[in-house]
Design a protein around this ligand. Sequence first.
Ligand SMILES: *[C@@H]1O[C@H](CO)[C@@H](O)[C@H](O)[C@H]1NC(C)=O
Length: 254
Amino acid sequence: MFIVGLLALAAFGNVANAHTAAFAPGMYCHGGPDPSQDNPHTSDAVVPLYNLPRSQLWFQADRGCDRAPPAPGVFLELPAGGSFTVELAHNRAQTTLSFNGEFASDWPDGQQHPEHWKGPGNPPDCIQDDGAMHTNNQSMAAGTAFAISYASDISAVTMENLVVFTVLPKDLPACPADGCTCAWLWVPKGCGERNMYMQGFKCKVTGSTSTRRLAPAHPLEAEGNNIELPSNGDFVSYSPDWGFSPGAQNDIFV
Ligand SMILES: *[C@@H]1O[C@H](CO)[C@@H](O)[C@H](O)[C@H]1NC(C)=O
């Protein structure tokens, strides 16, 4: 019954509070910020970050997610040169990680939408029935990205050792025995407030024989911001405009 209430809430308004995270095995805050609890309808990893100091925004430290690692031995597996899947949703209940996927759909809100879902009007306005999509249509959607650090310990991950890879390059080397630390990153482009996402994962690269090393960009932070915000109010994004083309980022190696 609780779930029915939750989905209704997502569907009828309260859209400003509906945000999005990447759900997959290996995620921090998989069951919420309290490692002794396993909340099947957690949305703790979903709340965005904006204009916080590094100490608060880094891997969602503001809500304690950086201190809620996955169970030992559970990793997000990254096949070198291959692909992996995460589920973008507003709540774990809307993913296959809860309730055998009973409340999951092809869309983050667990509802049904047309393949070419768009906002009203022509040209389309922002999508109204799920503001957390932060877009008018598919072509206006800002890309999301994954980054990897070869530090197993999340507290050892720094701006300098965290590298955006987006699509898995074949040359990604294997991780240390206790895995790597990955981050899901998204800076939505318009259709709502400016906000950003940086969500933690324990991850490991599988099937790699590479010994190459990675060389290390990060907007919308109160400190250490190395991207200047455009004065025209445009949104910084993981898109070709900002040096992130679709496909594997093969230029990340030293
Ligand atoms: C997507 O929406 C934008 C903004 O309304 C519009 O300019 C563009 O033509 C739309 N693209 C498609 C493929 O409909």
